[in-house]
Design a binder for this molecule. Structure first.
Ligand SMILES: [Zn+2]
Length: 224
């Protein structure tokens, strides 16, 4: 059990659910994996896989892939998008994380993980319901997929659910194409040292669909 007193966890207003979860973590997973945590602290992290996922509270890659501490290097942003390579002196958090993962950690895999019912993708498809003015951060960010969103929105043969899933998967392919615009990612992939993957998680069924790297189609893994 944990040896922290209640005073240590008074939290100064931190939500009680977080404090309770932390207690469980300390008495459970941290205790169970204390040796691994110590090794990771002393030896540093050497994750072989980077996962780019959405901020959505339902699509946490560590939970979906049941990973241990130190196993995956995770970047989360709205709608799991990768912008094109743009060394323009601006603040690029996604590009900074990519640079660190590839240039310093030398990850062998990058997985772009999309998910069903993505609010960012929904906003990109439904310009009337969303704060999509160019001055808003989310509007500017989601404009990355605006051309695809317009094309998908124009398809009246599809239901709204089909359009949503289509754009979620198109945006994964788009992000993978943008990954290749980073010179060092392109170079590492061509040398065979780095593999780029796409995956899409259905939060209602738990199904994971994996992108076929040749065709771009999303298929269920054969092991299931
Ligand atoms: Zn999302």
């Amino acid at each position: 059990m944990n040896d922290l007193s209640d005073n240590d966890l008074s939290g100064n207003g931190l939500p009680q659910t977080l404090l309770a979860g932390y207690r469980n973590f300390m008495s459970g997973r941290f205790t169970d994996e204390s040796l691994r945590y110590r090794e990771l602290a002393e030896g540093g992290q050497t994750p072989e896989t980077m996962v780019i996922a959405c901020c959505d509270s339902r699509s946490a890659p560590e939970i979906i892939f049941d990973t241990r501490p130190g196993e995956i290097f995770v970047l989360r942003n709205v709608a799991n998008l990768v912008p094109p390579y743009a060394p323009d002196g601006e603040y690029h958090s996604t590009s900074a994380a990519l640079e660190f993962a590839v240039q310093s950690l030398h990850v062998k895999h990058i997985v772009v993980l999309g998910h069903g019912r993505c609010g960012g993708i929904k906003a990109a498809l439904d310009s009337e319901s969303a704060p999509l003015s160019p001055g808003d951060f989310i509007g500017r960010w989601m404009s990355l997929v605006a051309p695809a969103a317009e094309a998908v929105s124009a398809n009246t043969l599809m239901t709204s659910g089909e359009r949503q899933t289509a754009l979620e998967r198109i945006s994964i392919r788009y992000s993978i194409a943008n990954l290749r615009s980073f010179p060092y990612i392109d170079a590492q992939e061509k040398k065979g040292h780095l593999t780029l993957h796409g995956a899409w998680f259905d939060i209602s069924t738990g199904e994971l669909w994996v992108m076929d790297r040749k065709t771009g189609d999303f298929i269920r893994p054969s092991s299931e």
